[in-house]
Write a new protein. Structure first.
Lengths: 107, 134
């Protein structure tokens, strides 16, 4: 199976900060990479698909980039409602694999 | 607006079979455009894809669970179901159902009988906690 490694595993930032999370695949997955947000006690929500495409209705402060093995997820200006755990997910190979998650807290 | 809702027992004994149903509302499970998937999350841990099903009944399972998993669909009830046999404490998790949206930018994974289009999961049900304990 492909391994997906997210970093950092947790991070603390202030409202208004630019936040960046990375996801590294153990092999080339082209741009077959998605990002989800999971708020405490809730189901995950799709934010970005195919590495850089913003899902309809998702605020434009969220963005994604990358291809091959290295991917980046960015929040341009952190808002209090962005407190959540973020997961990447690859679908280049079966089974679809999720990263271990990055927990984002407000400083 | 498409909604999914999981239902089933919250407590299952070790060695028995876990059974859950996902009811889809606001859209048809018979749409040829989508698959329907199950994903689980052990308490405090990450997400694991269990498998997906097409309305025709074609199924695709995670190899790590394949020997114990059965996913089925009932188009007349707009539902799909999960059965996981021989459960242990390691199967304790929140179980989510989700629409599995295929990406046409990637070639499908094909077996001798069917093809599965990988993609993304959206929306998800609220999830249901299943505890395996005697």
């Amino acid at each position: 199976d492909i391994q997906m490694t997210q970093s950092p595993s947790s991070l603390s930032a202030s409202v208004g900060d630019r936040v960046t999370i990375t996801c590294q695949a153990s092999q080339d997955i082209s741009n077959y990479l998605n990002w989800y947000q999971q708020k405490p006690g809730k189901a995950p929500k799709l934010l970005i698909y195919d590495a850089s495409n913003l899902e309809t209705g998702v605020p434009s402060r969220f963005s994604g980039s990358g291809s091959g093995t290295d991917f980046t997820f960015t929040i341009s200006s952190l808002q209090p409602e962005d407190i959540a755990t973020y997961y990447c997910q690859q679908y280049d190979n079966l089974p679809p694999i999720f990263g271990q998650g990055t927990r984002l807290e407000i400083k | 607006q498409l909604q999914l809702q999981e239902s089933g027992p919250g407590l299952v004994k070790p060695s028995e079979t876990l059974s859950l149903t996902c009811t889809v509302s606001g859209g048809s499970i018979s749409s040829s455009s989508y698959y329907w998937g199950w994903i689980r999350q052990p308490p405090g841990k990450g997400l694991e894809w269990i498998g997906s099903i097409y309305y025709s009944g074609s199924t695709y399972y995670n190899p790590s669970l394949k020997s114990r998993v059965t996913i089925s669909v009932d188009t007349s009830k707009n539902q799909f179901s999960l059965k996981l046999s021989s459960v242990t404490a390691a199967d304790t998790a929140v179980y989510y159902c989700a629409r599995d949206i295929p990406s046409y930018s990637r070639p499908p994974y094909c077996s001798s009988t069917s093809c599965y289009m990988g993609g993304w999961f959206d929306p998800w049900g609220q999830g249901t906690l299943v505890t395996v304990s005697s």
